[in-house]
Design a protein around this ligand. Structure first.
Ligand code: BG6
Length: 465
C-alpha cells in the first residue's frame, strides 16, 4: 500500500480561543460575572472573590472590540475554521434567567457573520471555563441538577439563534478537568469537609445528562450539526517499567478516558464502580438518565494536546491530564514554562483514542506558550514554528496509521490571557498583542514570523512543512 502521508483535502485548519481569555469587556452590554472574571491568578489558583488585584481577563486582548481586525488576519492566514466560546454570562448574565440578553446575542451574531464573510466556519464551545458566577455561588453549579435546565435553556437559545451560522459545537471544554480545577472546569465549589470525589462525579453526571440533552436538541434544531465532546488529553507515560508505575499510569489515564467513555460510548464503564466504592461515591441518577446518555452520544472527540509527562506510582496526582505535574521525562525538552515537548506523544494519543472509539478526532488545541521578544520591530518565533512543525508531522503519521482526523485548530492564534496563570506573558499567538502582565499596552496587533509560516502550511494543506 502507498504511504500517503498527507492531510485530507477537506482538513479543517484554523485556530482556537476562548471568550474569557480574549474578549475582555467583562461587564459590557449586560454581561454578568463568570468564574473566570474572579480568577486574577488564573484557574490553578482559582476564585479570589473580593480581590482588587489586577485581573487581565477583564480586558484581555479586547477581542470584543477588535474582532473584525483579528478575523481579517485569520482570513489572511487562510483559516477554514475558527473555534471560540460563547460566554454564557453574556447571554444569561446570572445563568438562571428565563429571557436572554439581546445585546449578548447580537455580539455573537456579528462575530459569526464576520467569520462567514470570509468563509471561515465557527466552531463553538458552549461552556469554556466561564460558568455564570451566580449559578456557581448561589445554586451550587453543576452539583445542582437544576443547572441542567439552565444549560439547556442556554443551548436552545443559541442553537435557535445561530442555526444558520454554526454547525460545529462542543458542549464543555476539557470536561475531565473537573478533577483538577473543579470551579473552572466544572463550575463547582468544593467545601472544606466535602467528599471531593462525590461532588465531582455527581456534577459530572449532571454534565453528561446535559450533554446528551444538548446533543439531542442540537440535532433537532440544526440538522447538519456536529456535536463534539472535548477532553484535555496530553500524554502520560509510566516513569519506569516497574509494573506498579505501569498500572498506576493506566489507572491515571483511565480517570480522563472515563469522560470520553461515557460521552462517546454512552455507558458508564465497569471500572468506575470500584473507584466509587473505594471513595464512598454514590451518584444520584434519575428516571431515564442512562437511556439519554446511551442514545445521544457525541459525534466526534475533540481534545487538547500540549505535552506529556511521566508518572511514578505513589506520587501525588494534582493534574491527571498528563502534564500539570508529574515526573519529568529525561528524553524530552521543555518550554520555558516547563511543558515538555513531545510530538510523538500526539501520534500516540491519536492512535489511543481512535483505537478506543473509532470516531473522528479533532485536535482542537495544541500550541506553544512562551514569552516573545520584539527585536527591531520583529518577532522571530522560530521555536514556535519548530514546535508546530514536529506536531504536524506526527499528525500525518497518525493519519497514515489510519486515524480519522477532522482538523487542527492551533491554540491561541492571537496572544490571549493564559488560563492556567492569568498572565499575558505566556504568548501562543501568530499575532502579537501589545498588552503586558501589568495591564499596560495599546492592544496593537503585530504579525510574528510564524504568521506567514502557518499561512503557507494551510495554503499547501500541510504538504510543505
Ligand atoms: C487548555 C485550555 O487547558 O489549555 C485553554 O482549554 C488554555 O483555555 C490552554 O488556555 C493553555 O493553557 P495556558 O495555561 O497556557 O493558557
Amino acid at each position: 500500500m502507498n504511504k500517503t502521508k498527507s492531510f485530507p483535502k477537506d482538513f479543517l485548519w484554523g485556530g482556537a480561543i476562548a471568550a474569557n481569555q480574549a474578549e475582555g469587556a467583562y461587564l459590557e452590554d449586560g454581561k454578568g460575572l463568570s468564574t473566570a472574571d474572579l480568577m486574577p491568578y488564573g484557574l490553578m489558583k482559582g476564585i479570589q472573590e473580593n480581590s482588587t488585584d489586577l485581573n487581565l481577563y477583564h480586558e484581555a486582548v479586547d477581542f470584543y472590540h477588535h474582532y473584525k481586525e483579528d478575523i481579517a488576519m485569520f482570513a489572511e492566514m487562510g483559516f477554514k475554521v475558527f473555534r471560540t466560546s460563547i460566554a454564557w454570562s453574556r447571554i444569561f448574565p446570572k445563568g438562571d434567567e428565563l429571557i436572554p440578553n439581546e445585546k449578548g446575542l447580537e455580539f455573537y451574531d456579528n462575530l459569526f457573520d464576520e467569520l462567514l464573510t470570509y468563509g471561515i466556519e465557527p466552531i463553538v464551545t458552549i461552556s469554556h471555563f466561564e460558568t455564570p458566577w451566580h449559578l456557581v455561588k448561589e445554586n451550587g453549579g453543576w452539583k445542582n441538577r437544576k443547572t441542567i435546565d439552565h444549560y439547556i435553556r442556554y443551548c436552545e437559545t443559541i442553537f435557535t439563534r445561530y442555526k444558520d451560522k454554526v454547525k460545529y459545537w462542543i458542549g464543555f471544554n476539557e470536561i475531565n478537568n473537573i478533577h483538577t480545577i473543579p470551579t473552572a472546569g466544572g463550575g463547582i465549589l468544593i467545601e472544606e469537609n466535602e467528599n471531593r470525589l462525590q461532588a465531582i462525579y455527581q456534577a459530572s453526571h449532571h454534565m453528561f445528562v446535559a450533554s446528551a440533552l444538548a446533543t439531542k436538541l442540537c440535532q433537532e434544531i440544526i440538522t447538519d450539526a456536529k456535536m463534539g465532546a472535548m477532553l484535555s488529553l496530553s500524554g502520560v507515560y509510566p516513569n519506569t517499567c516497574h509494573p506498579d508505575d505501569v498500572f498506576e499510569t493506566y489507572e491515571l489515564r483511565r480517570r480522563s478516558l472515563f469522560f470520553s467513555d461515557v460521552l462517546l460510548r454512552g455507558t458508564y464503564p465497569s471500572y468506575i464502580n470500584r473507584i466509587w466504592d473505594k471513595h464512598g461515591v454514590q451518584v444520584k441518577m434519575e428516571g431515564n438518565d442512562l437511556e439519554l446518555i446511551k442514545k445521544h452520544t457525541a459525534d466526534y472527540l475533540g481534545f487538547s494536546y500540549y505535552r506529556s509527562t511521566t508518572h511514578k506510582a505513589g506520587t501525588p496526582i494534582l493534574g491527571h491530564t498528563g502534564g500539570i505535574t508529574g515526573t519529568p521525562n529525561p528524553f524530552l525538552e521543555s518550554t520555558s514554562w516547563g511543558w515538555q515537548i513531545d510530538s510523538k506523544g500526539l501520534r500516540y494519543v491519536c492512535n489511543e483514542l481512535y483505537d478506543r472509539y473509532q470516531k473522528p478526532l479533532f485536535i482542537i488545541e495544541n500550541g506553544m506558550g512562551t514569552n516573545d521578544e520584539i527585536v527591531n520591530g520583529e518577532i522571530n518565533d522560530d521555536y514556535r514554528i519548530d514546535y508546530i512543525k514536529v506536531h504536524l508531522k506526527e499528525m500525518k503519521e497518525a493519519i497514515d496509521d489510519g486515524v480519522e482526523l477532522m482538523g487542527y485548530t492551533y491554540w491561541g492564534p492571537i496572544d490571549i490571557v493564559s488560563a492556567g496563570t492569568g498572565e499575558l506573558k505566556k504568548r501562543y499567538g501568530f499575532i502579537y498583542v501589545d498588552r503586558d502582565n501589568e495591564g499596560k499596552g495599546t492592544f496593537k496587533r503585530l504579525k510574528k514570523k510564524s504568521f506567514n509560516w502557518y499561512k503557507k502550511v494551510i495554503e499547501t494543506n500541510g504538504a510543505d512543512l
